[in-house]
Design a binder for this molecule. Structure first.
Ligand SMILES: [Zn+2]
Length: 775
């Protein structure tokens, strides 16, 4: 299958044909976009950027562009391949070398590794614009491509000779246009430079960069299937922006913790390449460049590379106000973890003095950092190529102390969840085999067809990270001090999230295994909720869509669209208008800060159509809805809103506990269900809860509250994977409750049952809650 994809790409390359003898002059970005990248108050739409890349490729023998698919909303997903004309002419052959370097098992006997190393180039994937409000990235991609296409210096010629740059101008093309449109519309108004009043792609918003192991989104799949899995880049540079008050640019080394399955050679490579880039930037006179601060290397949700033999260089430039310049007085520069931006230190050698910061500065920093990185890679071509192969060899040989394999039974498993796991492994190029006979482990008998993931394959680290439980280190700001906040969440154990059983086995199995099996996407549907063709929905379900746009709202819609559960989105004005019971049976409040639900976007900044939350009129309308027999379903932090707004007989036991005593920054907990409760129908007695800053409930009027799910009474039993400080605050507390009010009900999930589209284990609880709203 994989070979077929490669062959197809090779055929596509060949079809591009020889280079034309006569080319047009290379167009400047300004001649197509109408302005130079980085000009104040100028953003380009996605079609304009694509037009420029096409014009560039038509004129330059150093650039080819390809469309690898379409975005969620149908925009062309384009990628530029930039290298010397000689390298571009032999891309198929270079691609084959990449494949052989990435998997020692396919190296032909006639070839020595040194022979491969001599002929190979370093593939450097440069990605921009995953976060669309970080507007510099896609404009920097234009500038970077232009410089590589036109610069005649010996340094750039060396880069083009030794590197193949695979440049993705936007990982989220839809967002480029969403943000540019909002910016242009609001220019010269109080909303100039504000974030748009909605997610900057259909489903995920900022969480689009948290999908690199679940592969739920179209864009993630395109990049993984058509770039990573085909070209096996050794180095990945991802252009981002951070806040305006810290360093001007962050690059690795990362801070601890590094996820323990990442090959140490990749970590060392990241450290060296980050420092080399910072060194050259300092030599070029750039100030405010920081390393080893804030950003850690724990979650694979941002780091596909770490499990696919590539180093990941995150570059975070300081932000302006979208394309509008800002003034940053020196005394407004704020310390973050590991860095005081007002003072020089080993990891921040030349402070930036403060002053005006504009989009042009962002483009300048990102462009020079990229060219410096490409140059540093070119200078060590052989090491990069050989190291990636070494990482693959070690993975195929197997790491000391790792299990031999994970065994995944087929019987007694949820087939949609099992299919999802196999799909994830297919995207990640993890080989899953089937046992050809029966075997026994301990007292358990496993039957032919049992899946086996042997941890002796190129991407074994991905499989191991995803199948095992995480034990996040207890990191503190200082000895005895408060916990040091992880950059993202702390757990990613797929068997727990999906509700699939997988067992580690220490030694090889006494049974033959099949060739890698082919996964097929499961059919997602929900009995009683997914309508047959043209039928009316059985439950009239609404999902509250705040203009403050929490990603959880988008994930909720993604889950419903994927599982074919009908719903309508409702905005603040519709909630405030009342009469909700006439139109809906169930209303879902996705995870959102209670104050944001109530007050929404500020009226002094945003126009009247989108400013303000549900307000007091919306609170009254939601009360009326429940009193008239409706079902209100609140998720995670929205529970605290519901408790207050609907005056529910509950309190949040962890609302005011300081992080020093209680901290659960995205962890998988054990949840015990009342099997007699209708909401638990079809669920095992014990499941998980994705805990992330949510409430835990004390019930003040048991006559009105049915507790459906609780955390275990013994504190040490609460945590299943990740990090949890102060488990005793949660032990025995209610986590899923059903509260009666008037003729209706409020169902409170003190966790995220549809977490980032991943927690299939707890989706039935959410579906049961909706189903129970049928009137
Ligand atoms: Zn970002």
């Amino acid at each position: 299958m994989r070979r077929a994809v490669l062959a197809l790409l090779i055929a596509a390359c060949a079809a591009a044909g020889p280079l034309p003898a006569q080319r047009r002059p290379v167009p400047t970005p300004e001649s197509v976009l109408g302005f130079a990248p980085g000009a104040d108050r100028k953003l380009a739409s996605w079609p304009a950027i694509v037009t420029w890349f096409k014009a560039l490729a038509a004129a330059s023998g150093r650039v080819q562009i390809r469309e690898i698919g379409r975005s969620t909303d149908g925009a062309p997903f384009v990628v530029a391949f930039i290298s010397s004309p000689a390298n571009l002419a032999r891309l198929p052959a270079l691609g084959l070398l990449q494949r052989q370097l990435a998997d020692p098992r396919v190296v032909p006997e006639s070839a020595t590794v040194e022979n491969l190393v001599r002929r190979a180039k370093v593939f450097v994937l440069v990605t921009a614009g995953v976060h669309s409000t970080e507007v510099g990235g896609s404009l920097s991609a234009v500038e970077i491509a232009y410089r590589l296409a036109t610069d005649q210096s010996a340094e750039i010629r060396a880069v083009l000779d030794r590197d193949v740059v695979v440049l993705v101008p936007a990982l989220n093309p839809d967002g480029v246009s969403i943000v540019a449109r909002w910016y242009d519309q609001t220019l010269g108004t109080p909303a100039e430079g504000s974030d748009p009043p909605g997610l900057y792609n259909r489903y995920t918003g900022h969480d689009d960069n948290r999908d690199w192991y679940a592969f739920t989104q179209v864009e993630t799949r395109l990049v993984v299937d058509s770039l990573y899995d085909v070209w096996h880049p050794q180095v990945v540079l991802d252009l981002h922006q951070q806040g305006r008050d810290g360093s001007r640019l962050f690059i690795p080394p990362y801070v601890d913790p590094v996820e323990p399955n990442v090959d140490p050679l990749l970590v060392a490579g990241e450290d060296a390449l980050g420092l080399a880039t910072a060194w050259r930037l300092t030599a070029d006179g750039f100030t405010g460049v920081a390393v080893n601060t804030l950003y850690d290397a724990w979650s694979p949700s941002r780091a596909f590379e770490h499990y696919h033999a590539a180093v990941r260089i995150l570059a975070e430039a300081a932000s302006a106000s979208l394309a509008s310049p800002v003034t940053v007085p020196p005394d407004s520069l704020r310390p973050v973890a590991g860095l005081d931006p007002s003072a020089a230190s080993w990891n921040f050698v030349a402070p930036w003095p403060g002053g005006t910061w504009a989009l042009g500065d962002i483009v300048r920093y990102q462009t020079e950092a990229t060219l410096d990185l490409l140059s540093a890679v070119a200078a060590n071509r052989e090491s990069w190529v050989r190291d990636a192969h070494r990482v693959a060899e070690r993975a195929v040989r197997g790491w000391e102390g790792w299990p031999w394999a994970f065994v995944i039974p087929t019987a007694g498993q949820n087939q949609a969840a099992l299919g999802t796991l196999l799909e994830i492994f297919r995207h990640a190029q993890v080989e899953v085999r089937a046992a050809l006979g029966a075997f026994t482990i301990g007292h358990e008998r496993f039957y032919p067809g049992t899946y086996v993931v042997v941890l002796r394959q190129p991407y074994a680290a991905f499989a191991k990270s995803m199948l095992e439980r995480q034990s996040y280190p207890d990191l503190r700001e200082y000895p005895g001090g408060p916990p040091r906040r992880p950059y993202d969440v702390t757990a990613h154990t797929l068997p727990l999230l999906l509700g699939v059983r997988a067992l580690a086995v220490a030694d090889s199995l006494p049974v033959a295994l099949s060739a890698p099996v082919a996964a097929t996407a499961p059919a997602y549907r929900v009995d009683g909720l997914t309508p047959d063709a043209d039928a009316q929905p059985s439950v009239r379900t609404a999902v509250y869509r705040s203009y403050a746009a929490p990603p959880d709202e988008g994930w909720t819609r993604w889950v419903f669209d994927t599982w074919k559960v009908p719903y309508q989105s409702v905005v603040d004005s519709q909630i405030r208008a009342g009469a909700l019971a006439d139109r809906y049976d169930a209303i879902i409040l996705p995870d959102q800060d209670p104050a944001a639900i109530l007050s929404g976007l500020p009226a002094d900044r945003y126009p009247p159509g989108v400013a303000g939350g549900v307000g007091s009129a919306g609170v009254q309308a939601l009360r009326d809805f429940v009193d008239a027999g409706g079902t209100l379903i609140a998720l995670n932090q929205a529970c605290d809103f519901a408790i207050g707004a609907l005056d529910l007989p509950l309190s949040d036991a962890v609302l005011d506990v300081a992080p020093r005593g209680f901290f659960g920054p995205g962890s998988i907990l054990r949840l015990q269900l009342d099997p007699a409760a209708p909401l638990s129908a079809g669920m095992p007695a014990q499941t998980i809860a994705w805990f992330e800053g949510g409430p835990a409930f004390d019930v003040t009027d048991p006559a009105r509250v049915r507790v459906v799910g609780r955390y275990p009474a013994v504190p040490s039993d609460v945590l299943l994977s990740g990090w949890l400080l102060g488990a005793s605050y949660l032990a025995g507390k209610a986590a899923l409750v059903e509260v009666r009010r008037g003729r209706g009900r409020v169902i409170l999930f003190g966790f995220r049952p549809q977490y980032r589209g991943q927690s299939l284990a707890t989706l039935p609880l959410l579906f049961n809650a909706i189903r129970s709203a049928k009137r």
